[in-house]
Design a binder for this molecule. Structure first.
Ligand SMILES: *Cc1c(COP(=O)(O)O)cnc(C)c1O
Length: 345
């Protein structure tokens, strides 16, 4: 029985076509700027996201960190959501490595930050305060349920931050999930952003890597910081070759993952004892929790599912996350729903 691994879309393995392209990739020393496949990927990525230039980085975490380090000096402040990936899941890098102060604003259920809260977070020009320099939005918003931030909202925030002299960075780890779900071009979701990070290694199935995009000047600074952080790689065109296929072939099919998430959530919604406090899925993530009357322990659920070769994520005391992706089939979705039915009856 195949394993249905719903812990994350980061578990995706490269497709056969990717492996073939990786084997054949033309490579060179990318620290010298001489890897043709990396150079090509960076151009394609920047064009796809509507920015002047791109930089291939080993991870989304490094992409976000570099963006903060380019935009901010030590002692500056970055405004971000209190459920944001950069705040929760990037090991505090912006403070530890950048000396940049995180100022959190409450994330609303829909992944947004309220405009009044953002305005309230801007620091007055006074020697007592750090300087507000950057604001980060996340799209899709992971911890808020894989929800999509709309183009209108992002534009409004972009105008506001620029008016106050701040930069806007978008952590678009899953920006293509957002674009596919909203039925818009990814470019239109990041138009007002000064920089964007997106991951090739999640739903897009590449084995490694993210791309940081922005102006040519921004990327030139970012390249030096990537080297400083130890992210300057050599013949990494082998990885970029998979990234090119990710961008060319794997974006449109994300709709299938979204449909699977919807089917899965609808199936679970029929089961007494399961609730969807965070709402039904908008993209490829299904978050659900146990109603108070349920006696099953969280760990028991995880173990029993594992016995059926189904892996799911735990994100809280009685809250779970399942993420659909390329390697989860119709059959896997059915088997998962069935396993939950059995468990709860
Ligand atoms: C996964 C993720 C990242 C970072 O990606 P890594 O490549 O795992 O470092 C950043 N932001 C969000 C929203 C993510 O989900």
């Amino acid at each position: 029985m195949d394993i249905v691994d719903l812990r994350s879309d980061t578990v995706t393995k490269p497709t056969p076509e990717m492996r073939e392209a990786m084997a054949k990739a033309e490579v060179g020393d990318d620290v010298y700027g001489e890897d043709p496949t990396i150079n090509h990927l960076q151009e394609v990525a920047a064009a796809k996201i509507g920015k002047q230039a791109g930089l291939f980085v080993p991870s989304g975490t490094m992409g976000n960190l570099i963006a903060v380090l380019v935009h901010c000096q030590r002692g500056d402040e970055v405004i971000m959501g209190d459920l944001g990936h950069t705040f929760l899941f990037e090991a505090g890098g912006v403070s530890a490595l950048g000396g940049v102060f995180p100022h959190t604003v409450k994330n609303q259920k829909d992944g947004t930050l309220q405009i009044e809260d953002i305005i309230g977070a801007f620091r007055p020009n006074d020697v007592h305060h750090p300087v507000s320099k950057l604001l980060i939005l996340e799209n899709t918003h992971n911890r808020c349920g894989g929800v999509v931030l709309s183009r209108n909202y992002i534009e409004e925030v972009g105008e506001l931050t620029h008016k106050h002299g701040l930069f806007l960075h978008i952590d678009g780890a899953r920006i293509f999930n957002a674009a596919v779900a909203a039925g818009v071009d990814a470019k239109s979701l990041v138009e007002t952003a000064d920089s964007v990070t997106f991951c090739l290694s999640k739903g897009l199935c590449a084995p490694v890597g993210s791309v940081l995009c922005g102006t040519t000047e921004f990327i030139n600074k970012a390249r030096r910081l990537r080297k400083m952080l130890g992210g300057g790689m050599r013949q990494a065109g082998i990885l970029a070759a998979a990234g090119l296929i990710a961008l060319d072939k794997m974006v449109d099919r994300l709709a299938e993952d979204h449909l699977h998430a919807k089917t899965l959530a609808e199936g679970l919604a029929q089961i007494k004892g399961i609730e969807f406090e965070m709402g039904m899925p908008e993209t490829n993530m299904v978050f659900f929790s146990l109603k108070p009357e349920v006696r099953l322990a969280t760990s028991e659920i995880v173990t029993k599912l594992a016995d059926n070769n189904i892996k799911i994520g735990v994100v809280g005391e009685r809250c779970f996350r399942m993420v659909t992706h390329r390697w989860v089939t119709d059959e896997g979705i059915e088997r998962t729903i069935q396993a939950f039915r059995t468990l709860f009856t």
